[in-house]
Ligand binder design. Structure first.
Ligand code: GDP
Length: 702
């Protein structure tokens, strides 16, 4: 079977936005217009379309799928869902990994808000090409110019206006299309389905020409031939301008900006055209690489006859078909019934049915190809981030970047009988979501779940109840502190027991040094001359790592540490892996105590929007929470405070802010970084932790 749609007419895109900017509404409108236009090819009767629209409205459009397929002008657009709330950073990472281009949705009033900034940085890390949609042009206070300025200042990108608004706020009628030099209006009666092209309003002509020059000059920067002709005074055609701009977008050097109001059905079709014109097809993005079983890097070309390489990027439970595993196929093809090899679990599995999810139906397909996104039914062992490949060509794709959880919650089953069920449910949830972790403290028998924020954990607990029917009791949220060393030190670990019979002999000398922030645990082996035989080195590595993970100061994971093994000794008979494991763990603890330790705490980035009258209260409250104000912006009648503040002081902030400002201030908060804690506060935390552990240990003994 051959592919129906050539790869050049594929777009895998996502929409990203700050919560409330209008991502859902925009997606809905995209699915609506693309659904209608798909039908238009078959049904030329106007009334049929209206019927279909009415029906569609009744049923509502489902956009909850991890990936939805639609068609616009013969191009297949796969829309990959990205979450609205920053507690789900892993979801953003996961989608960025499989999409090729992004529509960044901004609110014309709010401009670049903190979450849009975070998501933007994440997209920067992957070099994802972007176009921008400034939504809510109909709202009071809408200002696309300010939004564009904020994009430059806050995101450090280069926005290029592709349109100018006709009318503003409640008089927003449509846009001037700068390339086509025409006015586009979206007729209300047809829910904006009819786009009417017309003359540019006379009073806008100058403004249009100025903006047009800027756009054309940007296009010329990416194409020498165009530049030469432009400088020679030639008028460039629409296709040529698009060609130049497209190169700039693919290089992630410019961001074309579109305007509209999703809610008022304005501006969506030009945005869809822009997706086709400027977003990459799978062939335009640099080929990714994978690792073969020998550890060699091999390229993964987007070709149908190459060996299969697919990434499982999302697990979902569907009420009708059970578990769905969403896959992006990077290379090769995949048929239902094929056996695939999971490079992460090292197990083979059979692919059941393959489904494409549309707005209102699912389509069963027999085969998918390089560049496709599809949901597979019946995969049992694949977790989010796993690589699937052909059993004869094992390949591991780079997995996802997983952010570290900053908040923990102790959890236990409501009754003893539920313990096993709880364990299974938690394991299942952890397979779906790599940023969700489950830890059991062997000493105290306590289970702690960790995630990206209060909401993330709340949703997990709620899902336990609804989906898995497990009632659980949870403790108060706890901050996920960390430990780190402040300088280098050396230590020796000896685990030697040689009294009668076969003894134990493990002996190593190590140095520890602070690592780069975010480097985690790094181990270096500098043993020469076999003073510790090769076979015991992994045990030393694991022993030191285990001690670091368990923490040295107060039981929090010790991070950003570089451990170097440089000396030691062994005994022909008494040495074994366990002895070296224990010796290394002793050496690490000792070295860290000598190296001076500190506690790190998660610091959050906070944006509070408050009416002028309450600014003093908000600021005073922030400073009592150890907050540091970074900037203060006045916007029509409100003040926007940007600050960083330790997470430990932010529990219950929503309630406190509401009562201090009569519910008129709003805020958003997300993780920023880890910082050392002031010594006196660190002392308090450690004492509290010790007391709690002691209490639990005694409780357990009783
Ligand atoms: P999301 O959180 O980014 O998915 O945002 P939604 O699409 O849910 O929109 C948030 C709110 O803004 C909803 O009440 C929408 O009806 C409203 N909204 C979305 N787009 C527009 C728009 O273009 N104009 C106006 N005035 N409101 C909009």
């Amino acid at each position: 079977m051959a592919r129906q749609v050539p790869l050049v007419r594929h777009r895998n895109i996502g929409l990203m936005a700050h919560i409330d900017a209008g991502k859902t509404t925009t997606t809905e409108r995209i699915l609506f217009y693309t659904g209608v236009s798909h039908r238009l090819g078959e049904v030329h009767d106007g009334s049929a379309i209206m019927d279909w629209m009415a029906q569609e409205q009744e049923r509502g459009i489902t956009i909850t799928s991890a990936a939805t397929t639609c068609f616009w002008k013969d191009t297949r657009i796969n829309i990959i869902d990205t979450p609205g709330h920053v507690d789900f950073t892993i979801e953003v990472e996961r989608s960025l990994r499989v999409l090729d281009g992004v529509i960044a949705v901004f609110c014309a009033v709010g401009g670049v808000q903190p979450q849009s900034e975070t998501v933007w940085r994440q997209a920067d890390r992957y070099g994802v090409p972007r176009i921008a949609f400034i939504n809510k042009m109909d709202r009071v206070g809408a200002n696309h110019q300010r939004c564009v300025e904020m994009m430059t200042a806050r995101l450090g990108c280069r926005p290029i206006l592709m349109q100018l608004p006709i009318g503003s706020e409640d008089k927003f009628e449509g846009v001037v299309d700068l390339i086509g030099r025409q006015a586009l209006r979206f007729e209300d009666l047809s829910k904006g389905m009819q786009v009417q092209a017309g003359e540019i309003p006379a009073e806008m002509l100058d403004e249009v020409e100025t903006a047009r020059v800027e756009m054309i000059e940007a296009a010329c920067e990416f194409d020498d031939e165009l530049l030469e002709r432009y400088l020679g005074g030639e008028e460039l055609g629409a296709e040529e301008i698009r060609r130049g701009l497209r190169q700039g977008v693919l290089a992630a050097a410019i961001v074309p900006v579109y305007l509209g109001s999703a809610f008022k059905n304005k501006g969506i079709q030009p945005l869809l055209d822009a997706v086709i014109e400027f977003m990459p097809c799978p062939l335009d993005v640099p080929a990714i690489t994978a690792t073969d079983p020998k550890g060699n890097e091999v390229p993964v070309p987007a070709e149908d006859n190459a060996p299969l390489a697919a990434l499982a990027f999302k697990l979902m439970t569907d009420p009708y078909v059970g578990q769905l595993t969403f896959l992006r196929v990077y290379a090769g093809s995949l048929k239902s019934g094929d056996t695939v090899y999971n490079a992460n679990t090292q197990k083979s599995e059979r692919i059941g049915r393959l489904l494409k999810m549309h707005a209102n139906q699912r389509e069963e397909v027999k085969e998918v190809y390089a560049g496709d996104i599809v949901a597979a039914v019946g995969l049992k062992t694949a977790s989010t981030g796993d690589s699937l490949c052909s059993p004869s060509h094992p390949l591991a794709l780079e997995s996802l970047f997983v952010p570290e959880p900053v908040m923990g919650l102790s959890i236990r089953p409501a009754s003893k009988a539920l313990a096993e069920k709880l364990g299974m449910a938690l394991a299942r949830l952890a397979a779906e979501d790599p940023s969700f972790r489950v830890n059991s403290d062997e000493e105290t028998g306590q289970t702690v779940i960790r995630g990206m924020g209060e909401l993330h954990l709340e949703i997990i607990v709620d899902r336990l109840k609804r989906e898995f029917k497990v009632e659980a009791e949870v403790g108060a949220p706890q901050v996920a502190y960390r430990e780190a060393i402040t300088k280098s030190a050396e230590a020796e670990g000896r685990y030697i027991k040689q009294s009668g019979g076969r003894g134990q002999y493990g002996h190593c000398k190590i140095t520890v040094a602070p690592g780069e922030p975010g480097s985690g645990y790094v181990f270096k082996d500098k043993i020469v001359g076999g003073v510790i035989p090769k076979e015991y080195i992994p045990a030393v590595e694991k022993g030191a790592r285990d001690a670091a993970e368990k923490g040295v100061l107060a039981g929090f994971p010790l991070v950003d540490i570089e451990v170097t093994l440089f000396d030691g000794s062994y005994h022909e008979v008494d040495s074994n892996e366990r002895a070296f494991f224990i010796a290394a763990s002793m050496a690490l603890k000792d070295a860290c105590h000598r190296a001076g330790m500190q506690l790190l705490e998660p610091v959050m980035k906070l944006e509070v929007t408050t009416p002028d009258d309450f600014l003093g209260d908000v600021m005073g409250d922030l400073s009592s929470r150890r907050g540091r104000v970074q900037s203060l912006d006045a916007r029509s009648g409100v003040q926007v405070v940007n600050a960083t503040v330790p997470l430990s002081n932010m529990f219950g902030y929503a309630t406190d802010l509401r009562s201090a400002t009569q519910g008129r201030a709003t805020f958003s908060m997300e993780f920023s970084h880890y910082d050392p804690m002031p010594a006196s506060l660190a002392q308090e935390v450690m004492e509290k932790v010790r007391a709690e552990r002691e209490a639990r240990r005694q409780g357990l003994a009783a």
